[in-house]
Design a protein around this ligand. Structure first.
Ligand code: NAI
Ligand code: 15L
Length: 268
């Protein structure tokens, strides 16, 4: 049967807030969790993914999880380790122990951020492109995808890993024109990821059907995802302000944009 009750982790964040607004229209009953209180949601669970007992309690009785919680940008390895690596492990262990059948994991384009984007007629980036994390953050998303594969192979716990491009109300850079996922398409993709049958562990690219698309949406469409949006109406203004991307500039040459050239963040 299609999942009905869904735990949404990271519910106070940007994407969590967008999805809290959109997913109930698909008939889901959302249980919310975040480190921070969720505005206007007094019943939301306020817990750290480090708290294994709280995470186990949070997954108890739900049909599926959309796992958005974690650090969403580059940070020190120690912080990424706690929130994204250990935190995601705690969530998977809790789901296994409580018999939850499926997780939708918010992976990121930064798992493959060093991949050059296609020039001219080059083919779109396939979902099987080698991992090329551009940050400790991207590395934690590689870990999450591998954890998902392990829990499918070993425990039969299904995951759709969505390598999200940029999901914001509007694209705000020329790069984003290629990787933008409109919030409405995001909800469509999460719904498809929750309801498609027999996903095992499937990796998909998460974006709208942008005119300037860099990556292949075949595995996402195979879930039943039919994107309806395209960033192109935002292009003229952004290109006028910022110019076209310059592939000779290392910060503009790869899928991950400036993440590939930003210096690492060390502990302090
Ligand atoms: P965000 O930073 O706005 O939200 C993340 C939320 O996770 C925050 O509310 C934070 O309090 C919570 N959180 C952090 N550490 C936690 C912990 N230890 N325990 C419990 N909650 C914790 O990020 P955003 O943009 O909403 O992204 C959501 C997810 O999607 C993240 O995993 C991010 O890596 C991923 N993603 C988002 C993209 C986007 O375009 N928004 C692109 C690619 C991936
Ligand atoms: C991400 O993974 C981040 O979580 C998000 O804040 C954006 O930076 C996005 O990638 C992007 O690449 O635009």
């Amino acid at each position: 049967p299609a999942p009905r009750t869904v735990l949404l982790t990271g519910a106070a964040g940007g994407l969590g807030t967008l999805m809290r607004g959109l997913l109930p229209d698909y008939g889901y009953e959302l249980r919310l969790l975040d480190l921070r209180p969720v505005e206007g949601e007094p019943d939301a669970i306020v817990a750290d993914l480090a708290d294994r007992e709280a995470v186990r309690e949070a997954v108890r009785g739900v049909d599926a999880v959309i796992h958005l919680a974690g650090i969403s940008l580059e940070a020190s390895f120690e912080k990424i380790l706690a929130a994204n690596i250990e935190g995601t492990y705690h969530l998977y262990e809790a789901a296994r122990e409580e018999g939850v059948g499926r997780i939708v994991f918010a992976s990121s384009n930064h798992a493959v951020g060093y991949t050059p984007y296609p020039r001219g007629d080059e083919p779109l980036i396939p979902v099987g492109t080698p991992r090329r994390p551009d940050t400790f953050y991207g590395l934690s998303k590689c870990f999450g995808e591998d954890l998902a594969q392990l829990y499918w192979d070993k425990h039969g716990l299904e995951t759709v890993s969505v390598r999200i491009g940029s999901c914001f109300p509007e694209p705000t850079s020329v790069r984003m024109l290629s990787v933008w996922m409109s919030p409405a398409d995001g909800a469509r993709l999460f719904h498809a990821a929750l309801t498609a049958e027999g996903v095992g562990h499937t990796v998909v690219h998460g974006s709208s059907d942008n005119t300037r698309l860099w990556w292949d949406l075949t595995s996402a469409r195979a879930l039943g995802y039919e994107p309806q949006d395209d960033s192109e109406p935002f292009a003229a203004k952004l290109v006028a302000e910022q110019g076209e991307l310059d592939p000779a500039d290392p910060a503009q040459a790869c899928l991950g944009g400036h993440f590939v050239t930003d210096p690492p963040i060390w502990p302090h």
